[in-house]
Design a protein around this ligand. Structure first.
Ligand code: NBP
Length: 475
């Protein structure tokens, strides 16, 4: 018998997805550059299902039923290009190559075009959920030709996570759309984690709460509208006690956050598209600042805030923090969905935001109750100008806005950084402001660069003769 799917690249992600396919009854052809990983998988998990062990690409391709479906799970970048080219040389018209790695969407656009010219289907699929998700059900965001989804979709849907009986996998759109939405998903994940970090820091440094108590607060929040995987694991990480020192583990972890690049890609793309994804940008910059350890060391002793300004009612301020966290989270998602809409428009992808919220409800790192509300918001109004204006979110943010302001004001007075809370609040205030100081910016641009401006009272383009008699001329 031939295999219905082949997986090449059998590190953590690839081997877990291969096992996931096999556990769902598919025959899976296995291939890895170095044979050791293939053999280890067969040795340790060969009994979980039907695997076909192959050594060469030719053998691998020959083991697959037609049209062939090959999932690549290798390191993003040059390694992925090398594997695609090797496979394409051995494949035939109508075969499907799926890249399940964290590839940059512009690479996916380029690869899809090149493969289409060779008569092959290329599917860039974002896969979220880490190792555990890969094995037990990830959230899958496949892009690429719609025809390929007919044959591939059922396989991917069956191994994906399911919520209320619905698979966390749907066809996103053409070429790079799947990897684009996965990239923004990761950007939102950065924002979510930064907001959680700020909430923790406020309880720690403003309210002086013991770490174990903060763990309990997050645990409690996980049964309300903040219910999510990240809030759940925050409680677990905070509750972890280091066996060597007997102190909370979080206190012995070096406070310099790493990043692999998808957050940075999201912000670069937001800048190119002109979308103010401030929550994600603050999160990426906060990680960079945390890692500027020499500068931070040199800055110790700079004048701080007023510790005496800390609120005395711990329970009330903890509630305020919860409201600020929720409102800032709504802003971060609203911005992320704006970026997806802008990318979709720029590249002609037709991404359905409601369908995306649906497949993010399970399997992925940002899975949360909240995604149900986003799905409902787009079902009610597919042309929402901003998620913030959907009735449910508007109500949620407006009812928490006073608490949000108290939190940001208190943090500033006491001297605790809350970049994501504060910039999200500023974004909200800017969005609802009838007039913005951009009018002055336009005046200045016209003064030094004759960049012209528009008037509020009549159409046309105008310039003031700043270095002449300061009269206005129409351009
Ligand atoms: P890695 O990203 O660490 O890649 C290791 C695999 O790439 C091995 O199978 C290795 O083969 C293969 N490989 C390399 Br490196 N260079 C190659 C080349 N030139 N030709 C052929 N094969 C090559 O594995 P991973 O952590 O399992 O991630 C796989 C993909 O999934 C990545 O794109 C990653 O970004 C993405 N992803 C990871 C996660 C996660 O939580 N880890 C989540 C979501 C997505 P070898 O065994 O012969 O060295």
């Amino acid at each position: 018998t031939k295999a219905q799917i082949g997986v090449t690249g059998l590190a953590v992600m690839g081997s877990n997805i291969a096992r996931n396919f096999a556990r769902h009854g598919y025959t899976v052809a296995l291939h890895n550059r170095s044979i050791a990983k293939t053999d280890a998988l067969i040795r340790d998990h060969g009994s979980e299902g039907a695997f076909i062990r192959t050594e060469s690409v030719a053998e691998f391709i020959d083991a697959l039923e037609k049209p062939r479906r090959v999932l690549i799970m290798v390191k993003a970048g040059d390694a992925t290009d090398a594997v695609i080219n090797e496979l394409a040389d051995a494949m035939e018209t109508g075969d499907i190559i799926i890249d399940g790695g964290n590839s940059l969407y512009t690479d996916t656009i380029r690869r899809e075009k090149a493969m289409a010219e060779r008569g092959l289907h290329f599917v860039g699929a974002g896969i979220s959920g880490g190792e555990e998700g890969a094995l037990n059900g990830p959230s899958i965001m496949p892009g690429g030709p719609v025809e390929s989804y007919k044959s591939l979709g059922p396989l991917l849907e069956s191994i994906s996570a399911h919520v209320d009986g619905e698979p966390c996998c749907t066809h996103i759109g053409p070429d790079g759309s799947g990897h684009f939405v996965k990239m923004v998903h990761n950007g939102i994940e950065y924002a979510d984690m930064q907001l959680i970090g700020e909430a923790y820091d406020l309880m720690r440094r403003v309210l002086d709460m013991p770490v174990a108590d903060i763990a309990k607060v997050f645990d409690g929040w996980n049964s309300g509208d903040l219910e999510s995987y990240l809030v759940e694991i925050t409680a677990q990480v905070l509750a972890q006690v280091d066996t060597a020192t007997g102190t909370p583990l979080v206190d012995v972890i070096v406070d310099a956050a790493g990043q692999k690049g998808t957050g940075r890609w999201t912000v670069k793309s937001a800048l190119d598209l002109g979308i103010p994804t401030t929550g994600i940008a603050e999160a990426v910059f906060a990680r960079a600042l945390s890692s500027a350890t020499d500068q931070r060391a040199a800055a110790q002793g700079l004048a701080g805030g007023t510790p005496g300004a800390a609120p005395t009612d711990t329970a009330a301020f903890t509630d305020d923090i919860r409201a600020a966290l929720y409102a800032s989270k709504v802003v971060a998602y609203a911005q992320g969905f704006d970026q997806i809409a802008a990318g979709s428009k720029e590249y002609g992808w037709n991404v359905d935001p409601g369908a995306l919220a649906t497949i993010w409800r399970g399997g992925c790192i940002i899975r949360a109750q909240f995604l149900n509300r986003i799905r409902e918001a787009y079902a009610e109004n597919p042309d929402l100008p901003s998620l913030l204006l959907a009735p449910y979110f508007r109500e949620a943010v407006e009812s928490g806005v006073d608490a949000w302001r108290r939190v940001v004001a208190t943090a500033a007075t006491v001297g605790v950084p809350v970049p994501a809370f504060a910039s999200s609040l500023s974004y909200y205030d800017a969005l609802r402001s009838e007039r913005l100081p951009a009018a002055l910016t336009q005046g200045l641009r016209d003064y030094f660069g004759a960049h012209t401006y528009q008037r509020t009272d009549k159409p046309g383009t105008f310039h003031t003769l700043w270095s002449g008699d300061r009269s206005e001329v129409e351009q």
